[in-house]
Write a protein that binds this ligand. Structure first.
Ligand SMILES: [Zn+2]
Length: 244
């Protein structure tokens, strides 16, 4: 019996779910777990790997289409696309846009996430770890808002207009194994690329076994150029208790 088992992933941009948790989402969907995905922006200031795929004006729609395709491929049962604007990389002018996720009032974003959690009623919520994988301002923001929403959703005194309180049991963060960064660094050194930026990953990166390929990244043609065989792996461990 897997009825009633639910898992909700909360991320910032189309493709975050596939880079970080694609294998996990597919793994649990295949087990009959009802999975949900919140994407806070449409990634409108992301890269355009091939001008034939999108323009600056069409990128948001193209990326949303890619997201819907990826969600379908991963077996995501419910997709929630919020309308915040992609805040861009740290230090860019996009950070100043009043529509951007990083400029949105915490209470408003948390309130919307609380409403989704209370409606979806997951046992497990997944989001970025505090540094958002590599420090993207939107990744850090959605981590912060999701942590707050995870706790607020179970508190009847908070956001009473957002539905019946629901306390999810576990809050999980995505993790990239240190061994992956070591391998990537070695490849870049071989290619003659400056790897000094990797020094900040020398600390304690949480690593786990049970990783598997996430082929879904191939669907994000704007962000991942070429015929990609993803070097990324994701955790497909034991997030939910075994079926009763
Ligand atoms: Zn992202």
């Amino acid at each position: 019996m897997t009825e009633g088992r639910k898992l909700l992933a909360v991320f910032a941009h189309p493709d975050d779910e596939s880079f970080g948790t694609g294998g996990t989402l597919a793994h649990y969907a295949a087990q009959g777990v009802h999975t949900g995905l919140v994407c806070a922006t449409r990634g409108e200031v992301g890269e355009i790997s091939d001008p034939a795929l999108a323009t600056r004006e069409t990128l948001a729609q193209v990326r949303e289409d890619e997201l819907r395709c990826a969600a379908q491929t991963l077996g995501v049962g419910e997709l929630f696309v919020l309308d915040y604007r992609d805040s861009g990389m740290a230090g860019t002018s996009e950070n100043e846009d009043p529509r951007s996720l990083v400029r949105a009032a915490s209470e408003q974003v948390v309130g919307r996430l609380v409403g989704i959690i209370r409606k979806f009623r997951p046992q497990v919520v997944i989001t970025f770890e505090p540094n958002g994988g590599y420090g993207h301002p939107d990744h850090i923001a959605i981590h912060r808002h999701t942590v707050a929403a995870f706790h607020a959703a179970g508190d009847p005194s908070q956001y009473p207009d957002q539905g019946t309180p629901w306390q999810a049991e576990r809050l999980m963060y995505t993790a990239i194994p240190r061994s992956f960064f070591v391998k990537m660094r070695d490849r870049l050194v071989e290619a003659g690329v400056d790897v000094s930026g990797f020094d900040r990953f020398e600390g304690d990166v949480i690593g786990r076994r049970h990783y598997r390929d996430c082929r879904c990244l191939r669907l994000y043609r704007c962000q991942v150029a070429g015929p990609t065989v993803s070097p990324y792996t994701v955790r497909a461990g034991q997030l939910l208790p075994p079926p009763a």
